[in-house]
Design a protein around this ligand. Structure first.
Ligand code: FE
Length: 352
């Protein structure tokens, strides 16, 4: 029995030596890892990350959470945050993170050439705080057997008494709705915007619940006749070969609202280098990769989003069938600044 001790000590020494080698390894390969905090909840993105690793040798460690969860986590982690890169899926949240100092500026010739200025964060001369890589439209889907096209051709009309009892939406406080309502507040002014929100509540077929796809399905099932959805959820159903999804698409029609005036509301998904990034070079490389023709086409073919880079190839029959349309031009910062006001209005009008 006593013989076991020296052997154990030798074994421990061996373990310690191995641990020292392992500890040294990450420092040696420091630029080969990217810690990514992502709010992109789309399974098709896996290929995007795999292609980046294949092209650069940089491994992606991903933490998934929703936009609000990521912002809260970055706040609580502070300077010790392992995050190098942040991906968010809403304009107002990108703006919030920028204002809260959670990002750092990036100067990149490639990014400033490829990404339109309207889809970039603030630049005080030291670079942009964030870059938009894809856009999505907030569309109206409706049952054409119950609803006249002319009654849903503007977001404003969703609040008309003619549409009473017909509307389904997800929670008013979801970022996609907050951003649409923030833009509407800019178009209408606060007073009219609040009256509009009150009208939406009055027209609900049922209290807000579920995600965007649930709203589309609720129109198809007859639970309601009008709903709001982001374009990629609709395009996903349009491209599905499942008979149940085909049946849903057969039953609905789509409207790009406000084509005769300010245009259809557009939201943006984008990325930024984290304020306390340890692997900054890898993070910038990833941002530049997202602007590459390969990644841009993939946003369209994989997740049915419109590429931010002009001239990028779509390779997506659903997006191509939508054609071109007039898009709204309210600055992201304005939509962001209106969020608190909108939330207060929602509380006042009882929009859950
Ligand atoms: Fe989404």
């Amino acid at each position: 029995m006593s013989l076991a001790r020296p052997r154990l000590t030798a074994f421990k020494r061996l373990i310690a030596a191995a641990a020292a080698v392992l500890a040294a390894a990450p420092a040696f390969a420091q630029d080969k890892v990217l810690n990514l905090y992502s709010a992109r909840h789309y399974q098709t993105d896996e290929a995007l990350y795999a292609n980046f690793t294949k092209a650069t040798g940089i491994k992606v460690n991903r933490v998934d959470a929703d936009d609000a969860g990521i912002l809260a986590r970055l706040q609580s982690e502070g300077a010790s945050s392992p995050a190098d890169l942040i991906l968010l899926v809403d304009a107002a949240r990108l703006w919030r993170a920028e204002v809260d100092g959670l990002f750092q500026p990036v100067k990149s010739k490639l990014l400033s050439e490829q990404i339109p200025a309207t889809l970039r964060g603030k630049d005080d001369g030291s670079g942009s705080q964030w870059f938009g890589f894809s856009t999505r439209a907030r569309l109206v889907v409706y049952d054409k057997t119950k609803v006249a096209k002319a009654d849903v051709d503007r977001y404003e009309k969703l609040a008309d008494p003619v549409n009473k009892g017909l509307l389904c939406t997800r929670s008013g406080s979801h970022p996609y709705n907050l951003s649409l309502f923030g833009a509407m507040t800019e178009h209408l002014g606060a007073e009219k915007a609040e009256a509009w929100l009150k009208g939406l509540v009055a027209n609900m077929a049922r209290p807000p619940k579920g995600g965007d796809t649930d709203q589309i399905k609720a129109v198809a099932s007859g639970e309601c006749a009008i709903a709001l959805t982001n374009s990629y959820y609709l395009a996903r159903l349009m491209r599905s070969e499942l008979p149940a999804d085909r049946a849903v698409i057969e039953k609905i029609d789509v409207m790009f609202p406000n084509q005769a005036d300010h245009g259809t509301h557009i939201n943006v998904a984008g990325g930024a280098v984290a304020r306390h990034a340890k692997n900054r070079d890898a993070a910038v490389k990833f941002l530049e990769y997202l602007a590459s023709p390969e990644a841009q086409t993939y946003f369209a073919s994989g997740n049915n989003e419109w590429p931010a880079v002009r001239g990028a190839t779509l390779k997506n029959p659903a997006l191509e069938s939508f054609g071109s349309f007039k898009t709204e031009s309210v600055p992201v910062s304005v939509i962001g600044m209106n969020q608190v006001k909108v939330q207060q209005m929602l509380d006042r009008v009882g929009y859950r």
